[in-house]
Design a protein around this ligand. Structure first.
Ligand code: NAP
Length: 300
């Protein structure tokens, strides 16, 4: 293995599924407001950049269902845009509860999501956060019912621990497509808590949420740890003539789990620029320098 081996393929299959997804996804947590032209411009920027993997959730936007409804309006006005999208949404957060992964709730939540987006099915349906009161057999049954009805193509989870994934997999009659942890140069827990190892063990796709630490890596920070990580990223960015954000995305993608950063920007130019990350090649030493900056202590 050469030192310059941590390079990235622009598309890949999601886990063991047939879904062909881009190496970066675009996320709609911050997809808010009522401006249909602005919303459409973001969708078009992502697709034009080769980002076909879109991640939303029923709770995203300003008010429950708002981001999905806005995307539904974009698709209704320009139906051709839907065809190019591998659409992922999530359910299971119930405002005021806060979690509900009972089969009846999940099935109804998924059907409501489809309706808001004006689509027949989503390619990926994810449990947003684990519900301690739902038996994994019940979650699996909900996924199986939705899949049998053609309402979802594949199923995934988010914010699940390794044992929670194992318990769900034990009851699911088909492969779990993906897991979605928070993972970035600032949130490095999945590297050592077994979440990424498990994904590689069983063949699940990994979607990395808040790849810029929710924006903390985007600009200036006074936090010493954020500053140290930003400096490590900047050193590489300067050498390669790319943006810090591109190096931050590339750092995630360089992990052998093939993690897919979910770009959170709502600015078309930044969405377009994010794929610059595909041209970043990290050496082992560079990758470990960022990890060390994030840990704040040298590796043993
Ligand atoms: P992020 O990429 O870490 O942060 C995006 C934020 O950073 C935006 O507000 C963006 O502002 C700002 N930003 C500042 N400088 C930037 C730069 N140079 N380049 C790009 N953005 C910059 O991601 P995130 O929005 O926190 O999360 C991304 C996606 O992850 C969400 O949309 C959602 O799909 C998913 N997510 C999932 C969970 C979960 O529990 N499963 C939780 C949170 C998020 P501008 O818009 O002005 O560019």
């Amino acid at each position: 293995m050469t030192d310059k081996s941590l390079s990235i393929s622009p598309t890949r299959k999601l886990g063991k599924t047939d879904l062909e997804v881009s190496a970066l996804a675009w996320g709609m947590w911050r997809f808010a407001g009522d401006d249909l032209d602005a919303a459409t411009a973001r969708v078009e920027a992502a697709l034009a950049a080769g980002i076909n993997f879109f991640d939303t959730a029923d709770i995203y936007g300003t008010g429950f269902g708002a981001a999905e409804a806005l995307l539904g309006r974009v698709f209704a006005r320009a139906p051709s845009l839907r065809k190019g999208v591998v659409l992922a949404t999530k359910g299971g957060i119930q405002p005021g509860v806060p979690y509900n992964s009972s089969a009846a709730y999940l099935i109804a939540a998924c059907e409501a999501s489809l309706k808001r987006m004006g689509v027949e099915r989503v390619e990926l349906y994810q449990i947003h956060r684990p519900d301690s009161l739902a038996h994994p057999a019940e979650v699996a049954a909900a996924f199986d019912t939705l899949r049998g009805a053609g309402k979802i193509a594949e199923a995934g989870v988010s914010n699940y621990t390794r044992p929670q994934v194992a318990a769900l997999r034990a009851h699911l009659p088909f492969a779990l497509a993906s897991t979605q942890p928070e993972f970035s140069a600032l949130t490095i827990a999945p590297i050592s808590d077994g979440v990424l190892d498990q994904a590689m063990e069983v063949g699940m796709g990994v979607m990395a949420w808040s790849p810029l630490g929710g924006g903390r890596l985007g600009g200036h920070s006074d936090d010493p740890r954020v500053k140290a990580v930003a400096a490590a990223l900047d050193e590489i960015a300067t050498r390669q003539g790319v943006s810090r954000a591109s190096v931050a995305y590339a750092w995630i993608m360089a992990h052998p789990s093939g993690a897919i950063p979910i770009v959170g920007s709502q600015q078309p130019e930044r969405i377009a620029q994010s794929v610059e990350a595909l041209s970043v090649t990290l050496s082992r030493a560079e990758w470990y320098a960022v990890l060390t900056a994030s840990r704040g202590t040298p590796l043993p």
